[in-house]
Design a protein around this ligand. Sequence first.
Ligand SMILES: C[S@@+](CC[C@H](N)C(=O)[O-])C[C@H]1O[C@@H](n2cnc3c(N)ncnc32)[C@H](O)[C@@H]1O
Length: 261
Amino acid sequence: MVEHVRGGQLFDSFAADYDRFSRLEPPRIANWLLTQLPAHAGRALDAGCGSGRHTSALAAHFDKVIGIDISAPLIDIARQRSGPNARYVVSDLMAFADPDGFDLVFSSTTLHHMPDLEGALVRLRGLVRPGGTAILIDNVASRPTPPRWVHVLGALRDVPGDIARVGARKAGWLLKFRTSPAWLRHLASDCYLTRQAFEHRYGAIFPEARFESLGYAHGLVWEKKTPRLLRGVMRFAESPRKRCQAEPSPTQRRRREILPK
Ligand SMILES: C[S@@+](CC[C@H](N)C(=O)[O-])C[C@H]1O[C@@H](n2cnc3c(N)ncnc32)[C@H](O)[C@@H]1O
């Protein structure tokens, strides 16, 4: 299991702080996600769900949501807030399987932890039901691992905006967390793609996907086509209901009039 993980285990040591950080961050990804959700709300997966900030948002739109994460401490926190239609599982993304599949497969800022990115993308694609959607978001940068000072400068730059958004006390806490040795050590193990490389590598596995720039991250939206045979079966299954509801054609009406009752 461990060979699939890069930097993932590091979250265990600061799970409570990451949870607080993730809930104080501007909800840019969450807001965008809500505009992209498919109309059909069945089952959703949040792969690398952390403490479940997006999983709980998805639970408001889907009948059933499963959040998976390799970090047991983060899953413990997520479970404390879990609603009746959300389930959390400690699992490596590379080991997770589900025979029923999902109407939405979602992942946010997790895939840069996967040493075998293509393998992870193929696995996620396989979990999408025919007619379902994949929405994958990950950090992008102009170089794979930005140096420490870039993160520190970014944290300082965000202070005035954070004060206006969440107040001085929480902004102070955000600055402390984002410049803490534990968080900076974690960031030093991250490995990001450029936007172009993201579109190239994700697009090879998800052909005809749509991409969107989301500030420090990039997003993919992909719909899995329903195979022609399955479309035929679905039409056939629906046809009696359609016949009942349809108006009789002029020929059918004439026939009914002339045939003996
Ligand atoms: C930056 S956090 C994002 C968490 C969550 N998606 C969010 O937006 O708050 C990355 C997450 O990926 C998880 N992770 C890393 N490697 C993983 C793997 N192989 N399988 C499942 N989760 C993994 C980490 O434990 C962590 O919770």
